[in-house]
Ligand binder design. Sequence first.
Ligand SMILES: NC(=O)c1ccc[n+]([C@@H]2O[C@H](COP(=O)([O-])OP(=O)(O)OC[C@H]3O[C@@H](n4cnc5c(N)ncnc54)[C@H](OP(=O)(O)O)[C@@H]3O)[C@@H](O)[C@H]2O)c1
Length: 355
Amino acid sequence: MEQNKSASASASFSIAADGVNPARIPSKTLYTGARLPGIGLGTFGSDKYGDTLIADAVEDAIHCGYRHIDCAAVYGNEKEIGEALENVMSQGLPREELWITSKLWNDKHGEKDVIPACRQSLKDLRLDYLDLYLIHWPFPHFHAKGVGVTSRDPHAAPYIHSHYMKTWRQLEKLVEMGLVKHIGTSNMTIPKLELLLKDAAIKPACNEMELHPHFQQPELFRFIVEHGIQPIGYSPLGSPGRPERDKTPQDTVDLEDRVLVEIAAKHACHPAAVCLKWAVQRGQVPIPFSVHRKKYLSNLHAVAGDPLTPGEMQAIAGIDKNCRLIKGQVFLWKTARSWEDLWDVDGFIPGADSV
Ligand SMILES: NC(=O)c1ccc[n+]([C@@H]2O[C@H](COP(=O)([O-])OP(=O)(O)OC[C@H]3O[C@@H](n4cnc5c(N)ncnc54)[C@H](OP(=O)(O)O)[C@@H]3O)[C@@H](O)[C@H]2O)c1
C-alpha cells in the first residue's frame, strides 16, 4: 500500500484535532491510475442504526480524515448521507478529495433500470458523479426489507451471464456518460469473473467481497489481484453487529480469536485494529462500519499507525476458517440446494442450465 502523498487536507477544511491527516492514510492505485483511499467507512446500519445517525457519523468521520465512503441504494440512507456530503463540501472540502462508492440493487438489473437507478443515487447523494458504482450482487432479485433467511423470491434465478452482461453494458454506458468514474463487481466468484473479463469492454476496477481473518478467500483474492482488480473487503471485523437473521451457530468470532487478541495486546490496541492493519498490509481496502466516534476514529488510526510484523501477518494467515458470514440465503432459487450454490464452490456456476 502506498502512502497517499498527493492527497492533502484542503486549506479551508479542517481535520479534527484527534483525527488523521488523509495524507497519512495509505491508498491503492487502480489500473486507471486513480487512487483509492486505503480504508473506507461502511454505511449499512444492519437494521439497528437510524439513517440520520449514520449520516452524522459520515460527516464527522470525514472531519476525522476518512475520504472514502461505501454507500448503497439498498441501505436506504443515501439521502441523509447526501446532506452530510454537501455539508463537508460547503465547508471547503473539494469533491475530488472524496471517494464515494454506491451500488446498484438487485431489483434494478433490467436494462432500462440501471441508468435511472444510478441517477437516483447521485441525486440522493447530491453528487455529479460517483467514483465507483458496483453491481451489488450478481443475481437479479426482489425481496422485502428485513425478510428472514428462509424467505424466497418465486422469480429468483441462478446467475445468467447474458443477463449480467446486459446490466454491465449499462454500467459501461454510465462511464461513457461521465456519471461514474469506475465500475466494479461485488459478491462475485472466479467462474463468474472469468466470464465477465472475457466479455467486458470496461474491466471492473474493484471487486467488493467479504474479507476478514476468518474468511480470507485466498484463491479469489489472488485471482482478482492477478487481473489488476482491487479487492475491497467488507465485514472486515467479522461483522459482529450483523442482523440476527444472518447469524448461524457455525459462525466464528474473529475479534475473540486468540491469535488476534495476543497480537492486539502486543500493539496495545483492540483486535479490530489488528484486523484492519492486516487487511491493509495484505492489500485489500477494508470498509469497517461504526457510528461510534471512538470506534471509527480508532479504525482510522489503526491503518495509519504501526504496522504488523511479517511474523504477525503470517500468524493471521494461519487462522483462516473459511467462515463465510454473509451467505446470501435469500437469493436462492427454487432448485438450489443450499447457499453454497451461490458461491460456485465446486468451481462452476450451478443451475444456470436449468432455467
Ligand atoms: N457489498 C456487499 O454486499 C456488502 C455486504 C456487507 C457489508 N458491506 C459494506 O461493508 C461495511 C462493513 O461491514 P459490516 O458492517 O458487515 O461489518 P464490520 O465492519 O466487520 O463490523 C461492524 C461492527 O463492528 C463493530 N466495530 C467497528 N469498529 C470497531 C472497533 N474499533 N472495535 C470494536 N468493534 C468495532 C461495530 O460495532 P458498533 O455497532 O457497536 O459500532 C459494528 O457493529 C458495511 O457497512 C457496508 O458498507 C457490503
